[in-house]
Write a protein that binds this ligand. Sequence first.
Ligand code: LLP
Length: 407
Amino acid sequence: MLLSTLVEAAACFGTPCYVTDLAALDSAATKLRRAFPDPWIRQFSLKANPLPAVVARLAAMGVGSNVVSAGEWAAATKAGVPNHLISLEGIGKTDSELQLAVMAAVNGKPLRWVTVESKEEMSALEKLAKAAGLGGSQSSLKVLLRLNPAVDSETRADFQVGSKVSKFGMPEWEMRELVQRHAETSSGLSIRGIHVHVGSQLAATEGWAEGGLRAALLLAELAVDFEEMDTVDFGGGFPAGPTPPLSDFRSRLEQRLAMAGAELPTRTAVEPGRCLVAASGWLLARVLHVRQGQSGPQVVVDASMSELIRPALYGAHHEVIALDLSGAPSAARSATEVEGGVCESTDTFGVHELPPLRRGDLVALTMTGAYASAMFSNYNGRPRPPEVLIQPDHKLVLGRPGEPFAP
Ligand code: LLP
């Protein structure tokens, strides 16, 4: 990707503006396929970036969709992904969302599977499935059960969703009970396996492999009595950067299984978000104010926590680079505080080595392909920015127009 293409995007579509490089998506999908080759099932977790053009591009590269709501499911459908390549999970599924999944199965277009979070959610799904007459001559709906593996993974505490105290998934004992009880009901739901996800932005492979090992061992135990249980979805969580490499996650899992005298289940899946899209995205912004701060220049830009909340929410660092400067781009760089344009002190993008900037200069926040536009908010009455795609031939197309803010 040429930086001049970002300059062109800002000139054509204004700022703030999200830009996605489609060629970068292709190479991320290729890396994922190398690390988890067929027959691994590769799915993209849409929560990182549900833009249909992004979802479609990844689907064309052999990465299906993993969705957590009817809204994300609709985005996958809009991207042309058929139901049999879409899995539905999420802790917040409502009755109407479960009903949609049941009806899709009744109509002969079942999702790849639905992941169930708790005994209560399973009862709700069973009730809906029975009421809709699923089963018998109707097609069935595959279900995975989400395990809480009680594993602390190598990431910040609030991303450790596999920890014992997290709200996600069920402990092993509850899953055993659920599987036994379900065997006595006939609902057209077929429990096919276990889902596990230990956390996001993992800095090492151990927690992921440990969670995966626990899921695989529990599956093997349950499959003795329930032979249709043959699947583990090992979740996502892989980092956006190069380390640890994706293939280390798989090889560490395989090592741990071998040490335990176990094997990978028949069907295995992953569902990353960040590692597929983060590096493909930029958030473009123009400088609004420049002044001398306490320890160096301080600039306020026309992007903010509304367009990229990660720094305010998690203290995340997104490198800021300067583009298309009106002044002297080769002038000495200095530590510059880059601030967002919303009325909150936490709306700051941190300190970056930048050349002198003036009002109107263009900057880009990097690594914003994941959890940036997906977490946009209208706070301060800010309109949703346009999303622009860089095609592999460097041409720019609009992936989604910006929206005027309509209170
Ligand atoms: N599967 C499940 C069950 C998840 O909860 C998540 C992310 C993923 C897959 C995808 O994880 P990834 O491969 O992207 O790490 N907003 C935060 C990230 C929250 C992740 C939530 N769950 C951020 O901006 O970093």
